[in-house]
Design a protein around this ligand. Structure first.
Ligand code: GLN
Length: 317
């Protein structure tokens, strides 16, 4: 383990310079102020063993990684068929905040829960009579998984709330076509607050670990969500999790993963015999590198993940 730990630390430094090829998300003013050169990784195995390297104490917001958590929670709250009546599971090949296909599908029905339109619909479905109640339920679900308190970064939320014209446009269109379960501004508040939940790379890795284990928390030894929901979530991560780079990510890295414009990447690595890593029985990986490419994925983070997946043969295909 010690030798592998050293390797991970070396790889972080090897791929850190790739941050220069990207920029911090500028359309959310609070994210633009982040240090683009940061890079961190945490990997957690089913027995709780952990490796960390880089800027691991840095806290950041979930952004689009939250979409997998709310999808899982909505399926538990309302049942799979209720959710799938309101959001499809087809990749788009378009940018995450694209509006163009909303009218082309069954009018107004979002293509999948990983694009903003689908995620806003999912946020509106969550149980709770007010945005605060929905967010409290979500925080509670995350806290059970992480074994610690989590909260919304108000500054990031406010920063996005005030500039969310595009998400507002999506939400009003969804409302017009009957795909929201609560008023537009409430659905937006939930969506933007879930995006502003603050975590660190170890938290990301822990969520990835539970998804990799089909909803079973191997450290707490409890099933947190149904296996069927976990499998569907992994399929969505593979087909839509890295936005319109998901095809390339599946082809050349081959792991269920989800990214966010904060520079977060979460990967769920199921165990299999051919893995040549210190985590042959599966693991969760959390990465943070705030300089993102034009698609919205952490540049250094994707390079680092690709390298590790190749070195350790962590490819689900
Ligand atoms: N809060 C961001 C948005 O809605 C999340 C997008 C992302 O991480 N891709 O634009």
């Amino acid at each position: 383990m010690g030798e592998d730990h050293t390797k991970i630390a070396q790889w972080v430094e090897q791929f850190r310079p790739f941050a220069k090829e990207g920029n911090c998300a500028s359309y959310i003013p609070a994210l633009a102020q982040k240090n683009p050169n940061q890079l961190a990784i945490a990997i957690i195995g089913p027995d709780g063993s952990k490796m960390k390297a880089g800027d691991t104490t840095e806290r950041f917001t979930l952004q689009s990684v939250s979409k997998i958590v709310t999808f899982i929670l909505a399926c538990m709250d309302k049942g799979l068929s209720y959710v799938l009546e309101r959001v499809d599971v087809e990749p788009t090949g378009d940018t995450f905040n694209s509006i163009v296909r909303l009218e082309s599908h069954q009018p107004g029905k979002p293509f999948n829960p990983m694009i903003n339109a689908g995620a806003i619909t999912v946020s509106s479905i969550l149980s709770g009579d007010s945005p605060q109640e929905k967010i409290d339920n979500l925080l509670h679900f995350l806290e059970n998984m992480l074994g610690k308190k989590v909260s919304v970064n108000e500054e990031v939320f406010q920063s996005e709330w005030q500039t969310a014209n595009r998400n507002r446009a999506l939400a009003y269109y969804l409302m017009a076509s009957g795909y929201l379960d609560c008023p537009v501004e409430e659905a937006l508040e939930v969506y933007l607050k879930q995006c502003a939940i603050e975590i660190d790379v170890s938290d990301l890795a822990m969520i990835g670990l539970v998804i990799a284990n089909d909803g079973y928390h191997p450290i707490l030894k409890t099933q947190l969500f149904p296996k069927q929901v976990a499998k569907l979530t992994k399929a969505l991560m593979v087909t839509c999790g890295m936005y319109n780079a998901s095809g390339k990510f599946a082809a050349f890295i081959g792991l269920p993963a989800k990214s966010g414009v904060s520079g977060a990447i979460l990967a769920a690595v199921p165990g299999h015999a051919s893995i040549q890593s210190p985590f042959p029985t599966g693991c969760g990986i959390g990465i943070y590198g705030p300089a993102i490419d034009t698609i919205g994925n952490s540049v250094a983070g994707v390079h680092l993940l690709k390298h590790i997946a190749t070195e350790w043969n962590m490819n689900i295909f």
